[in-house]
Write a protein that binds this ligand. Structure first.
Ligand SMILES: O=C(O)CCC(=O)C(=O)O
Length: 262
């Protein structure tokens, strides 16, 4: 799968690109199974609060694990998948560096959303189009079960953020919601959206759980402030492309490019 020049143009002008059948059914099943394993081992935690930013809700649940990679060889290896590497490289340019991996799971009936925000309010890179999230629908993601929504065209507008009182650590902003587009995806579909693109997810009011797995990547010529100010550089930021790309050998002692090709 090659990202076309029209798709690159859409990402740059509108700040997002949805690809409904990015992963094969077998790959999708493996992603969902690994999310299930992490959940069943109690590794996801509820970040939803009752409106004071600290008291965890006993009813609403937004179950997050960030990062997954230290406890998941599968999610450590996944970003080295050649289809991911080539797509991200086309969208943000080389050298690509892996930034973060996480999962948000919304249980059926009481799954809470993640409020509006721009990732660049956290990461602060100088050109928000030089970083992208890749949000993977682990289950079919629909308006009914609270799929991700984005606002196109605002990727260069820096919105004001404040602490989200309905999360124990997130921040939120208040973009013009009438411009929002819900990104409905079959399981295994992905949406790439830039670090500047406002996005949120909604409550899951269906009977079935829904999870989104998110990876973030940046062009290493645009290092996020959160990483440059870290006195101990993270061991989780391998290069995916460029002269220093070694499949994660320097960080993990394993070359995941071989594993991904199998
Ligand atoms: O899936 C979610 O609830 C939020 C995802 C998100 O905010 C992100 O990937 O940046």
């Amino acid at each position: 799968m090659e990202i076309t020049s029209n798709q690159i143009h859409q990402f740059q002008s509108e700040g997002y690109l949805a690809i409904p059948h990015f992963f094969t059914p077998q790959e999708t099943c493996a992603i969902r199974s690994e999310v299930e394993r992490l959940k069943s081992e109690g590794l996801l935690r509820n970040v939803t609060t009752d409106g004071d930013g600290t008291t965890h809700s006993s009813v609403q649940q937004n179950l997050q694990m960030c990062p997954m990679s230290p406890q998941s060889p599968f999610f450590r290896a996944l970003p080295f998948h050649p289809r991911i590497v080539s797509s991200v490289s086309s969208l943000i340019g080389d050298p690509v560096m892996l930034h973060l991996d996480q999962v948000f799971l919304k249980p059926g009936n009481h799954g809470a959303g993640t409020n509006w925000h721009q990732d660049n309010a956290y990461f602060k890179i100088s050109n928000p189009l030089k970083g992208t999230a890749m949000w993977i629908a682990a289950h079919d993601a629909t308006s009914a079960n609270g799929t991700i929504e984005i606002i196109p065209g605002l990727q260069h507008k820096q919105l004001d953020h404040s602490r989200d009182p309905y999360s124990d650590h997130h921040i939120r902003c208040f973009p013009p919601k009438e411009l929002a587009i819900p990104i409905q995806l079959p399981a295994g579909g992905v949406v790439f959206f830039s670090y500047g693109t406002p996005h949120c997810t909604r409550a899951n009011n269906t009977d079935h759980e829904r999870a989104g797995v998110a990876f973030h990547f940046f062009n290493a010529d645009f290092i996020p402030e959160t990483l440059t100010s870290d006195p101990k550089p993270s061991m989780r930021n391998p290069f995916l492309t460029g002269p220093l790309a070694d499949g994660g050998m320097a960080e993990y002692g394993v070359d995941y490019r071989i594993a991904s090709n199998g």
